[in-house]
Design a protein around this ligand. Structure first.
Ligand code: IVH
Length: 711
């Protein structure tokens, strides 16, 4: 194929992928399999790598995010982002409607919409292409979070249809649907991290993530509800939303034109109930005057428009008595207090238990046994105690005394610095920690040992057959079959599934070990960075922190884990059982960078940082995050930070620019080092020389060394 055809194909692929994305994220229709989609995406990625100057900044490949750390730039909104006046009372709402009708002096059409409970965003489009996405900020200026927003599937990167103004802004809400929220919290809990309080916090926290790759994984969604700009197709809000839908935006279908107070009230009453069945959180209804001319006539106060109001749903809460508090001990030893309540009806279910998070929370709310307490569904999911009804406090009540010892094994509890929770430190002797670790090890996302559920683990532990995860691989059929409720058939199934687990990939084995704070994602990053368990075990805190998303807290936990003799014994037994302790090797494009540690810094002309990292791996090198004496060389883009440069110079680490780096690997690929045809041998030697120079500290500046050999 020639360049012309390739570029034509790039445009074709962009359109096709945009189309599938819109179908999937906006219309919930899958027209192709994940595999087909990924194949097309990969084809486009390859073409973009070949013709970087032709890659569109709104290409569908940008949806996967990058790990470029973004300091968010503060930018001004084209039109200020106002907030809304709120009311909880239908009386006030009625007064507002009457006032509007009086001022307009004729019939008024209202558009009733759901009030999405997420974080506001303003998207700016120029010539049909997403140009930037900005948070609300103070209403005048917000943070530019464009790269993160590009990863949200329901945000069109390029508009379809026609009739959109050359430049306009469209506002909406970024939400985290309950399903994504629950998944995120499961992952956080598995990693020993505090769960997010509600989907709103999770959405805004995610949007401010430094890495857009993290954002891409979190399953955010975006519904638009307001247009701003000149040359919009209509003078009616409703019509403009319809037009925006035809341009590819996700516009809520739960919107209605109401022509009277009674119709507005009907809409509210309906959604106050039905919203509970929606897959995302809403906290009210927004009522807007439909006609722009009428909106202009009504005007705005300093803070909010007079032509719109938010009616907020009452957060459902119930008053009940706190009977007692249980303390649960998790697999990491974390203590979670759980309140036992007098059963009470709340948002469609009977609530008997509620979470109180930790000792600080109990103290802050001054919760006491016997108190009448308010329970709410936090983020509408997990009930929690939000307030004490002090008027009903029994006269003889005493402040709550938090436990000082583990309710399961009696060990004295400890608190880690910066952690709100108490922990039981008796990792190897505390029963729920022992069984909890085993249950985690066999769980679906870890070793996926079917047939061996939590109850069987309890049973085996009680019978002295399972004391730690490595005992799983020594279970024997006869003793298993003899256990109550098991029998021969289940025993055989369990053993088969145990045998199958030996095929589980290294990153999942690493996650299964249950090292504190090492969740699924961190395990993946660690595995790809270090390649083997032995390398992770041998690494110190600084080296561990060079892996992506690993900070000092996680690094400390890993070092602590491998420092424990008992853990090392368990690992040896697992090794003998045949578990995978190494990443499966992928086919390399060359071995030009074998054994070399490389740091990527700054932005590059032709490639994204991800592309650069992939190239390093494909040529056998290892990516490091920080400059240290272990680094062989740095590939620096346009704006390498001065601190990094200084450090590199101080340590004598060589710095290559993009062209030099590309020359290094592309000639290695062309004349693969393992390829030893006589006429090419000379070139091979050259490549070797470059790599050697690049990894020998100091001597002469790299620029000259590379030029000396190559150019
Ligand atoms: S219209 C000037 N419509 O509520 C009017 N806002 O409390 C601009 N919100 O900052 C907002 N759903 O983040 C509008 N259907 C909806 C909404 C909505 C949620 C949020 C928005 C706004 C906040 C005001």
């Amino acid at each position: 194929m020639n360049r012309h055809d390739d570029i034509k194909r790039m445009r074709e692929l962009e359109q096709l992928l945009d189309h599938y994305n819109h179908k999937y994220y906006v219309e919930s229709i899958s027209e192709v399999s994940d595999f087909e989609f990924d194949t097309l995406l990969r084809e486009l990625q390859d073409l973009e790598a070949q013709y970087p100057e032709e890659a569109d900044s709104n290409s569908p490949t940008k949806r996967v995010g990058s790990d470029l750390c973004s300091e968010f730039e503060s930018v001004e909104h084209l039109f200020p982002m106002q907030s809304l006046s709120n009311t909880y009372s239908s009386e006030e709402l009625g007064e507002w409607i009457e006032r509007v009708e009086r001022e307009i002096g004729s019939e008024v059409e209202f558009v009733c919409e759901l009030k999405f409970d997420g974080t506001a965003i303003s998207l700016r489009y120029e010539n049909g292409a997403l140009q930037r996405a900005v948070t609300r900020g103070d209403g005048q200026r917000g943070d530019d979070v464009t790269n993160n927003v590009r990863t949200i599937g329901s945000v069109p990167l390029r508009l379809r249809g026609e009739g959109y103004p050359t430049i306009f802004e469209i506002r909406g809400e970024i939400v985290m649907p309950y399903a994504s929220f629950e998944k995120l919290n499961r992952e956080r809990e598995a990693a020993g991290e505090a769960p997010m309080a509600n989907p709103r916090n999770a959405a805004s926290g995610t949007l401010k993530q430094q890495s857009s790759q993290v954002v891409a994984r979190r399953g955010l969604d975006c519904t638009l509800y307001q247009l701003a700009g000149e040359g919009l197709p209509s003078e009616s809000h409703w019509q403009n939303l319809e037009a925006a839908r035809s341009w590819g935006f996700k516009i809520s279908e739960h919107t209605r034109i109401c022509r009277s107070k009674a119709e507005v009230e009907e809409f509210i009453a309906y959604w106050d109930v039905e919203r509970k069945a929606l897959p995302y959180a809403t906290d009210g209804v927004v009522i807007k005057v439909n006609s722009y001319a009428q909106q202009r006539a009504l005007g705005s106060t300093a803070k909010a428009p007079r032509w719109a109001v938010a009616y907020k749903f009452q957060a459902e809460r119930a008053l009940t008595r706190l009977l007692s508090v249980d303390f649960q001990v998790g697999r990491t030893g974390a203590i979670t207090p759980v309140a036992n309540l007098e059963p009470v009806q709340l948002a469609g279910t009977v609530v008997k238990r509620a979470s109180i998070h930790n000792a600080d929370q109990i103290a802050a709310l001054d919760i006491r046994l016997g108190d009448m307490v308010y329970v709410e569904k936090g983020g509408e999911i997990i009930p929690k105690i939000t307030e004490v009804e002090l008027a009903e406090r029994p006269a003889d009540s005493k402040p709550f005394e938090y436990i000082t010892h583990c309710p399961e094994c009696g060990s004295e509890l400890i608190r880690y610095e910066g952690e709100a929770k108490h922990y039981c430190p008796n990792e190897s002797g505390c029963p729920p920690q022992i069984t909890g670790r085993i249950i985690h090890f066999i769980s679906r996302k870890a070793m996926n040992i079917e047939g061996l559920g939590a109850e069987t683990v309890e049973l085996l532990w009680q019978n002295g057959m399972l004391n730690n995860i490595s005992d799983i691989y020594n279970l024997d059929a006869i003793r298993l079959a003899a256990l109550p409720r098991l029998g021969e058939k289940s025993a055989t199934n369990i053993l088969e599934s145990i045998a199958k687990s030996k095929e589980v990939a290294f990153e999942r084995v690493l996650f299964a070990l249950g090292i504190r704070f090492v969740g699924e994602t961190t395990a993946k990053y660690l595995a790809s960075h270090f390649q083997t368990l032995d390398a992770i075990a041998a690494a110190n805190v600084e080296e561990l922190a060079e892996a992506e998303e690993v900070g000092s807290k996680i690094a400390d936990a890993i070092v602590g884990y491998f420092a424990d003799e008992k853990n090392r014994e368990i690992i040896e037994r697992l090794r003998k059982a045949g578990l995978k302790f190494e990443l499966e090797r992928k086919e390399l494009r060359s071995r030009a960078l074998e054994g070399k540690s490389v740091v990527i810094s700054g932005k590059f002309e032709g490639r994204s940082r991800d592309d650069m990292k992939r190239l390093i791996e494909e040529h056998g090198g290892k990516n490091l995050a920080a400059v240290s004496a272990n680094v062989d060389f740095i590939v620096a883009g346009d704006n390498m930070g001065p601190a990094k440069r200084q450090k590199a110079e101080k340590l004598g680490v060589r710095i290559l620019n993009e062209a030099e780096f590309m020359a290094l690997i592309s000639s290695a690929e062309e004349f693969n080092v393992s390829d030893t045809k006589t006429e090419e041998r000379g070139k091979v030697e050259e490549v070797r020389a470059i790599v050697e120079v690049a990894s020998t500290p100091k001597a002469e500046p790299m620029e000259q060394a590379v030029q000396g050999v190559l150019f």
